[in-house]
Write a protein that binds this ligand. Structure first.
Ligand SMILES: [Zn+2]
Length: 167
């Protein structure tokens, strides 16, 4: 599927229930978007069309799920290393709620064993950091302490140097 187009669609009132994405569902957790990596498809909540800045933030986050899948093990290991140092240094908050709530759920063993929970956290921080890196304004979900933002920015500058990024 390399190089195949990524399709973007809008649907009303998205939520996730179990592992399923629902539109206008009566249950589940409300979400703004979901990506289907193998189908190369992004579904966005139609509400986002009313807020250009939020649409940009969410769409960049979703696009970077595709980048994460293709940047290779070395880069993912580098990112993991950066996060491990942060975590050991006691970082709190993050650069998006998706990463932050996962950080809040982490236990020491997750870092040591690189559990599924840790790997999902790593992926979501990558996507939230991308959305922050390309943002033009502050957002209430940018809660990571300032001292931890600098290494993330430097890392993303290096990544950007590799452009075009693999999607
Ligand atoms: Zn995500």
């Amino acid at each position: 599927m390399s190089g195949a187009a990524i399709r973007v669609a809008f649907q009303d009132h998205l939520s996730i229930s179990g592992r399923k994405l629902l539109s206008r569902g009566r249950k589940g957790t409300a979400v703004s978007a979901a990506s289907f990596l193998l189908d190369r498809k992004i579904i966005l909540d139609r509400e986002l069309l009313r807020d250009a800045s939020e649409l940009r933030r969410i769409l960049i986050h979703e696009l970077f799920h595709f980048v994460w899948r293709r940047i290779g093990n070395n880069r993912r290991a580098e990112w993991d290393h950066l996060l491990s140092e942060e975590q050991i240094a006691g970082a709190k908050g993050d650069l998006g709620w998706s990463a932050e709530w996962r950080r809040n759920e982490l236990r020491a063993a997750d870092l040591e064993t690189k559990s599924v929970r840790w790997r999902e956290f790593a992926c979501e921080t990558f996507c939230d950091t991308a959305a922050w890196f390309y943002s033009t304004r502050p957002h209430p979900e940018h809660t990571l302490q300032l001292r931890f933002r600098k290494p993330r920015r430097q890392w993303f500058r290096r990544l950007q140097g590799l452009a075009p990024l693999p999607l």
